[in-house]
Design a protein around this ligand. Structure first.
Ligand code: IPE
Ligand code: IPE
Ligand code: MG
Length: 249
């Protein structure tokens, strides 16, 4: 497979924006007889590998579901370990992001993060703000319903009248206002659900679910997902004939 897939990939259209529900750290650890935190640590290797591979392949935007608004309800020791891992990642990888021209972005109720984590996150975002090759967005304390509620609150507080509201300006109130629509969602570990991720933005996103657990996910798995995406026909409510004609013209 190795030598053959890369040329294959260049023949089709790559997604501009991929989003990933990185799931299965706990199950990975359980299978190995380890504690859940070891699974999260191992998952960080997959995060680094995915970022490197996406950048190499020329993907312009990658969004990672790193911590959901609901994940705060996990055992305190696990929440603290996840926050610590996030902080370590930002401290250690900040310079590498700059070297690779990757701009860091974050979405979610960031104000709910512990202040030390919020601080390194802000610093890393600032440090990478002029990077142009790829945007890496971390979804932190993120919930899709929460995002919609926050958007509606802002719309009301700005006094926007109902007749002025449309899809275009509504999406400007979302955390993702600066990002392109997600083209491909990858979820690891086999669960076929959205778990409150990007509910508005996923309207026409192609969904790819793999049984591979997140700590086992590497470049070859990403390539497999991209090849699968390239064989889809995105119709956006139109007929197949209309899409073919649109592509020809
Ligand atoms: C994903 O792995 C990481 C986070 C949600 C932060 P899980 O911790 O959900 O792993 P499973 O689903 O228990 O296997
Ligand atoms: C979704 O995974 C959240 C992240 C990957 C950060 P969960 O493991 O929290 O989702 P559920 O509980 O299986 O729906
Ligand atoms: Mg899970």
């Amino acid at each position: 497979m190795k030598g053959k897939v890369k040329p294959l990939l260049t023949q089709g259209k790559l997604p501009r924006h991929i989003i990933v529900i990185m799931d299965g750290n706990g199950r990975w650890a359980k299978r190995k007889g380890l504690d859940r935190i070891s699974g999260h640590k191992e998952g960080m290797k997959s995060v680094k590998s995915l970022i490197k591979a996406s950048r190499q392949l020329g993907i312009k935007a990658v969004t990672l579901y790193a911590f959901s608004a609901q994940n705060w309800k996990r055992p305190q020791i696990e929440v603290e370990a996840l926050m610590q891992l996030l902080k370590e990642y930002l401290v250690k990888e900040g310079n590498r992001l700059v070297e690779r021209e990757i701009k860091l972005n974050a979405i979610g109720r960031l104000w709910e993060l512990p202040s030390d984590v919020y601080e390194v996150l802000s610093k890393t975002i600032e440090k990478t703000k002029s990077c142009k090759e790829m945007t890496l967005t971390l979804a932190l304390s993120y919930g899709g319903r929460e995002e919609l509620i926050d958007a509606v609150k802002r719309i009301i507080s700005q006094g926007i009248s109902p007749e002025d509201l449309n899809e275009g300006n509504f999406s400007q109130f979302l955390y993702t206002s600066d990002l392109p629509e997600p083209d491909l969602l990858i979820r690891t570990s086999g669960e076929i659900r959205l778990s409150n991720f990007l509910l508005w933005q996923l309207a026409y996103t192609e969904i790819y679910v793999t049984k591979t657990l997140w700590p086992d996910f590497r470049k070859r798995h990403l390539i497999r997902a991209l090849l699968n995406y390239q064989n889809r026909e995105r119709r956006f409510g139109l007929t197949s004939d209309q899409i073919i004609r649109r592509e020809i013209s």
